[in-house]
Ligand binder design. Structure first.
Ligand code: GDP
Ligand code: MN
Length: 399
């Protein structure tokens, strides 16, 4: 799960990490009050979306211009004007994709005087099963780019969970970043703080880009991206509260309410499958026969008729879907339950696109029988390859 920059900075602040003073706002009146509270003389106006690259991003609407989602204001009026220009607009960055993201919240901060921009992040390294640090002197730019062009400027190491975070880790980072004096001491403390935060909050990523050295020689977290392990959210109600549903795909949000494993994709064939492995195989074989899946959907092992109905409704609500492939291997799941779910959903929402159903396993005859007797225009398939070929053919304009 993802949160906004201002929320991540609030958590950093609670842990004692250095951040600028700031106030999140939803409209111009709030912005006016926030600007006065912060006092200036420089304010930073930051669009809050779940994507990076805002500074270099562009608004789709012309009046917000080419100026990007992070702007420096030199007067109260200018700061409020920037807020008004950004709110409600669609910001396109290299991370949002071409459709961009609508800006519903703005974070106003006191401006920091930057001497150097650095990079620091923590993530779960699956290879070593440890938390890894990445640090670089090249802050404010994409770390992927730094890794490709000047990999020697990146320091990475992982922390042994048995001994935990140690002062030498902090000194190692400070040395690599060329920090001295007070900044060095602050860095050692920050590394300890971030590791503790990462573990306690069950993060999967904490990225501070840029971490800056101010002109007065202190370090500060100027931007922060924080992701959390969704499987650990049950023990963090305070994080769940930070969820911004407007940032999420409405179909994925709906699916999560019914405990369906659903991920929206860009293709044209909607898939309903039981089991993550079978779902992956189904997506692969759709690609093999020349089309693209519109989603990943695993209805799970013990899905009820209601769950299947909801899953079907979510698939058909996607205007990109030109055909549906239901591929079920009934182990724990019974084929007749799937058949009933599909029929119930079609009765409720109608069926505008071709539907191929491949059932196999427990109660398969009963399932097929239910579908045959339903009078629905369903194309039956015998195996996975047959099913994929049939739906691709139906979508591409064949018989
Ligand atoms: P991103 O573009 O989404 O990664 O947003 P950031 O929060 O990283 O801001 C982008 C850039 O804006 C930073 O790399 C800085 O160069 C600049 N910036 C952000 N905050 C400040 C600030 O307080 N003072 C100054 N001078 N520049 C800032
Ligand atoms: Mn950034």
């Amino acid at each position: 799960m993802n949160i906004h920059e201002y929320q991540a900075k609030q958590i950093l602040k609670e842990y004692g990490a250095p951040v600028s003073r700031g106030v999140p706002v939803l409209d111009a009146a709030e912005a006016r009050r926030a600007v006065e509270t912060l006092g200036g003389p420089v304010w930073v106006v930051k669009a809050q979306i779940h994507a990076g690259g805002r500074g270099k991003g562009k608004f789709k609407e012309s009046d917000a211009g080419e100026k990007g989602g992070v702007r420096i204001a030199k007067s109260e009026d200018e700061a409020v004007a920037f807020v008004e220009q950004m709110l409600g607009k669609t910001l396109v960055t290299h991370q949002t994709g071409p459709s961009g993201k609508q800006v519903g919240r703005i974070y106003l901060e006191e401006g920091a005087a930057i001497a150097r921009e650095l990079y620091l992040s923590l993530l779960v390294d699956r290879e070593t099963s440890r938390i890894s640090f990445i640090a670089s002197t090249e802050g404010g730019m994409d770390i992927e780019e730094v890794a490709a062009e000047t990999p020697e400027k990146i320091l990475t190491f992982s922390v042994d969970p048995a001994t935990g975070i140690q002062p030498f880790h902090g000194r190692k980072v400070a040395f690599a970043l060329g920090l001295e004096g007070q900044a060095m001491k602050q860095c050692v403390k920050l590394i300890d703080t971030l590791y503790r935060l990462f573990v306690e909050k069950d993060c999967s990523l904490v990225e501070i880009n840029p971490l800056i050295v101010t002109e007065s020689g202190d370090i500060k977290c100027l931007d922060c991206k924080m992701n959390f392990d969704s499987n650990a959210l049950y023990r963090h109600p305070e994080i769940v509260e930070l969820r911004d549903e407007t940032e999420e795909d409405p179909k994925e949000l709906e699916a999560s309410k019914f405990d369906l494993n659903y991920i929206a994709l860009d293709g044209e064939i909607g898939c309903m499958v039981n089991g993550a492995g079978l779902a992956m195989a189904t997506m692969d074989i759709i690609k093999l026969y020349g089309s693209e899946p519109a989603n990943f959907l695993d209805v799970g092992g013990g899905a009820t008729k209601e769950k299947v109905t909801e899953a079907f409704k979510i698939i058909t609500s996607d205007p990109q879907v030109k055909g549906i492939l239901v591929n079920i291997f009934g182990g724990i799941m019974r084929c007749d339950v799937i058949a009933e779910g599909v029929i119930a959903a079609v009765k409720e929402v109608g069926l505008q696109v071709p539907l191929v159903v491949r059932l196999e396993g427990t109660n398969v005859e009963l399932g097929k029988d239910i579908i045959n007797k339903s009078g629905l225009d369903v194309i039956a398939a015998d195996n996975l390859a047959d099913a994929a070929q049939k739906i691709v053919k139906a979508v591409k304009g064949g018989a």
